[in-house]
Design a protein around this ligand. Structure first.
Ligand code: ADP
Length: 655
């Protein structure tokens, strides 16, 4: 907010204040006079003053309270009353009272008779003993609270608190109040006939009264009606009388006045000066706020209430539960719960929250434990599953091992069978071939000359010779087949003997040349061998190397019908021995090229519709195994119907 704003606000407040009348201008402050009959040292009067003051001071800026004590207990002559009039006229002629509250009979009579002294203000009375007052007086501009001592309800309370109560001792003096009380009690005596006896303690000295009440039997009680003056004329204040009686009594004392309460009486239906003061002040407020006194009914019995002293109940062993409902109990031990109610509630709430929290924690712990248990269960389950699976795997591997073992046994058996069969086949085959040759030789030597004499036999002998030739060539093929089969089986079974030696490769090829050339004798195909000089040496089984050369050159011879076959042997840059057999033969279809190194594989077309003798389909497979055994490689290239080229490399000693 800026400085200008502040100034503006202050100005506004000032202007508004000009139009709002101040309470101090006499219009808004109400003036209330409390005129007490008795002096302020009377407990009763003091209580009334406190009651009025407590109500008016709730809004002390609106009400101004004036208090006067007429002291009529001590002075009550007409002269004195005249003096009072003078005094009040002097003091209050300029004061415009809005209400006058008067306590007790003397003051109300004085005020009614001298209204002009007090600005003719409405009168509100309290503590007036005359229960017929409102019926016998001019009630214009006046109302109030009558003082009604409820002796009956006090006796009822005594009977209730002491179920064994049989005798009531009534302490009463002959003051005005005492006489009124005596009359009231006498009026109700017949109602208790047979139920409760009454005994009067009156006209006795204080000492006699004390002596009497100190010796009372069980089942009795004292009713203190009024005791300001004893039989000897000695005056006692309310406090003095109750204190002395209480100090000696052997039974509970009941009473109807609040000035006895807390000083020795157990309690009763109490007439309270304070309550009278409060009620009168509230009525005065209603009138000042616009109600007419004539519209406000005079209060009679409602001014009283049951009141008890907890200390007295306890000292006479009276059960506090017996007191009537809605009673006011003074000196009640401080109830810790009531005193610290909010703190206790907060603490209880905290404890409750903590308990809830703990329960929640426990619950979540429980849930955690449940989850953990579940996890553990799952773990266990999985572990058992894994164990089971492992067991199964172990079982499987055992089975596989056994199967493998069996297979090996079978394989070994197969090799043994193959070996045996091959051997057993070769022997009779050799015999067959041998005898075939002998038969042919003998046939040519002894029978052919004979047959030449007979034309038809000549023809037949020719057929026999041809058939013998077929037997021979088939026998040889069968031998080759068996040999190849035996070689392959032995290599695969790892049983072949590799008789490796250091080979002078140049010499090897020189030796091989006539054998290789043999494949072409009697054919139109030309064979060329071109071997580089100074080939590096090779460590290998020379028979096996020759076997590879024979197979490759033999195949070339077999599948080439014109042109030439070349064997070219060189050394690669890496120091490998490289041999290539190329021909101008029938070639191999592309799609079959990849399979020709497989066991028993033969290109279909190569044997169909040709006169080529069927091979075994094992030659290239054996060659591949031999080359790879020495760490080399074998490959084929071919162009169908134009020729093929087979190359193998093997490491040399120069590598
Ligand atoms: P085989 O005893 O049948 O010759 P190989 O394993 O030596 O068995 O050869 C397999 C097949 O490869 C042969 O049957 C043939 O079909 C084909 N083959 C091999 N070499 C040649 C070649 N130089 N030209 C054409 N076909 C060939």
């Amino acid at each position: 907010m800026s400085r200008h704003h502040y100034l503006g606000l202050i100005l506004l407040v000032f202007v508004v204040s000009l139009f709002v009348p101040a309470k101090s201008d006499g219009q808004l402050v109400r003036r209330v006079l409390l005129l007490n009959s008795y002096n302020r040292d009377m407990l009763w009067t003091d209580s009334i003053t406190r009651g009025v003051s407590d109500v008016l001071s709730k809004d002390s800026t609106s009400y101004k309270m004036y208090v006067e004590h007429m002291d009529t207990k001590n002075y009550f002559s007409p002269e004195y009353l005249e003096l009072l009039k003078e005094q009040y006229r002097f003091k209050y002629s300029d004061v415009a009272f809005d209400a006058v509250i008067v306590s007790d009979d003397n003051a109300v009579n004085f005020a009614v008779n001298n209204r002009s002294l007090f600005n003719n203000a409405p009168i509100v009375f309290c503590g007036v003993n005359d229960l017929d007052f409102h019926n016998t007086h001019d009630m214009s501009n006046m109302t109030g609270v009558l003082e009604f001592t409820d002796i009956r309800l006090t006796i009822e309370a005594a009977l209730r608190l002491q179920p064994d109560l049989k005798r009531m001792y009534v302490v009463v003096d002959d003051t005005t109040t005492g006489m009124i009380s005596r009359k009231l009690i006498q009026d109700i005596l017949p109602d208790y006939r047979g139920r409760l006896d009454f005994a009067w303690i009156d006209k006795m000295s204080m000492a006699e009264v004390k002596k009497t009440i100190s010796n009372l039997a069980k089942g009795s009680a004292v009713l203190l009606a009024s005791f300001n003056r004893d039989g000897l004329g000695n005056w006692y204040t309310y406090t003095e009388s109750i204190t002395q009686l209480r100090s000696v009594t052997s039974v509970p004392i009941y009473g109807m006045w609040d000035f006895y309460l807390g000083r020795g009486i157990v309690g009763g239906m109490i007439t309270s000066g304070y309550r009278h003061g409060v009620m009168a002040a509230e009525i005065a407020l209603d009138i000042m706020n616009g109600m007419k006194p004539s519209d406000i009914e005079v209060v009679t019995q409602d001014s009283n209430q049951y009141m008890f002293d907890y200390n007295e109940l306890e000292s006479f062993d009276i059960n506090p539960r017996l007191i009537p409902k809605n009673s006011v109990v003074i000196n009640k031990p401080i109830n810790l719960y009531e005193r610290y109610r909010s703190q206790i509630l907060i603490a209880a709430l905290l404890v409750l929250t903590m308990i809830l929290f703990i329960f929640k924690l426990l619950a979540s712990n429980r849930a955690k434990r449940l989850v953990e248990n579940e996890l553990e269960e799952m773990n266990k389950y999985q572990e058992s599953l894994i164990e089971q699976r492992t067991e199964e795997l172990v079982q499987r591997s055992r089975e596989l091992e056994m199967a493998n073992h069996e297979l090996k046994k079978v394989d070994n058996l197969k090799t043994a069978v193959v070996n045996t069969v091959s051997h057993d086949l070769r022997t009779p085959l050799t015999s067959v071939l041998g005898f075939c040759k002998i038969i042919e030789r003998d046939f040519i030597k002894y029978f052919v000359p004979l047959c030449s004499e007979y034309a038809d036999l000549g023809e037949r002998s020719e057929r026999i010779r041809k058939n013998l030739g077929i037997i021979e060539s088939e026998g040889e093929r069968l031998t080759r087949l068996i040999n190849d089969f035996l070689d392959l089986s032995k290599i695969d079974a790892g049983e072949i003997a590799w008789n490796d030696v250091s080979i002078d490769t140049n010499e090897l090829f020189v030796q091989a040349l006539p054998i290789l050339e043999g494949y072409f004798t009697g054919t139109a195909v030309k064979f060329h061998m071109e071997v580089d000089d100074n080939l590096p040496g090779v460590v290998a089984d020379p028979d096996r190397l020759l076997q590879v050369l024979n197979n490759l050159v033999g195949n070339a011879a077999k599948f080439t019908f014109h042109g030439s076959v070349n064997l070219r042997v060189t050394t690669t840059e890496g120091g490998w021995l490289k041999a290539t057999v190329s021909d101008t033969g029938m070639g191999i279809p592309k799609e079959e090229l990849a399979n020709i190194f497989d066991k028993f594989y033969q290109v279909t077309q190569s044997t169909i519709n040709t006169n080529i003798a069927r091979g075994s389909g094992m030659g290239l497979a054996i060659s591949k195994r031999i080359v790879e055994h020495y760490g080399g490689m074998i490959s084929a290239e071919s162009e169908h119907e134009y020729g093929s080229s087979f190359t193998f490399t093997i490491p040399t000693t120069a590598k």
